[in-house]
Design a protein around this ligand. Structure first.
Ligand code: SF4
Length: 251
């Protein structure tokens, strides 16, 4: 956005980023580089950071957020901070969370969980709901497919669970990567042994966003991945349900 290197997109009337109708702010910069990423333009960290008027940026964003208060109230919606990875910009994130809380606007933090634990736990106290991705249990596979190992992601989830933070888990179903029997079994075991969370949304892979790789001149791994069939998504859903999870499929 002009004058704001931290937010690369604002999506109003979003219905896929948490409850109700929401405004989603996409933060620029992500420490991961997932092969299935639909927002590859979000991955690069902002080149210039630190000298902007952060209070001014936050106020300008709040003015946009507040345009749709009536829709949030009517639908039980609010604002979602997504990305990229919002935890990379705690100064802006905390300002916005504080202002939303003052104005009683419901907030969601959409995170990969790959972030500083102190920042995440502080955010958890200021946000209403965390959308938390659990992708791959195996460290080597996580590094292979996202660029980083998963120790921080799993540990952060344990910490949030101990504090009973309100979390909606999300499992990106990526054929040949996250949907192996071994990965699903180990993710289920991890969640049952280490967390209180039993609600999970399955996010089936889709090819939307593939054109972006071409436009950005980035290596496109999406072309090698097939969208899962409805039957396969149903099979994975049953696997989680067999262990007591409440599962929803997000389109
Ligand atoms: S965590 Fe999200 S934004 Fe970051 S690379 Fe992965 S899919 Fe893209």
């Amino acid at each position: 956005m002009p004058g704001n290197p931290y937010i690369f997109k604002i999506q109003r009337y979003s219905i896929h980023d948490g409850p109700g109708i929401r405004t989603t702010l996409f933060f620029q910069g992500c420490p991961l580089s997932c092969r299935w990423c639909h927002n590859p333009e979000s991955q690069a960290m902002p080149e210039k950071a630190g000298s902007e008027n952060m209070d001014g940026i936050a106020l300008a964003l709040m003015a946009i957020i507040e345009k749709d208060l009536i829709f949030y109230d009517d639908s039980g919606g609010g604002v979602t901070f997504s990305g990229g990875e919002p935890l990379c910009r705690p100064g802006l994130l905390f300002r916005l969370l504080g202002m939303c809380r003052e104005k009683e606007i419901h907030t969601c933090l959409d995170t990969s969980g790959y972030g500083d634990t102190k920042i995440l736990l502080k955010a958890a106290q200021k946000v209403d709901l965390i959308l938390y991705d659990i992708k791959l249990f195996d460290k080597a596979a996580h590094e292979k497919y996202t660029g980083k190992t998963n120790g921080i992601v799993l540990e952060n989830l344990k910490q949030l669970s101990r504090r009973k933070a309100d979390i909606r888990l999300r499992f990106p179903l990526i054929p040949g990567m996250t949907d192996t029997d071994e990965n699903i079994d180990r993710v289920i075991d991890f969640l049952r042994e280490n967390t209180v969370y039993r609600d999970i949304h399955i996010l089936p892979f889709h090819k939307a966003g593939e054109r972006k790789y071409k436009l950005l001149n980035m290596k496109n791994d999406l072309k090698d991945i097939q969208e899962p069939s409805v039957a396969w998504v149903g099979t994975i859903k049953k696997r989680f349900e067999a262990f007591g999870f409440n599962v929803r499929i997000r389109g």
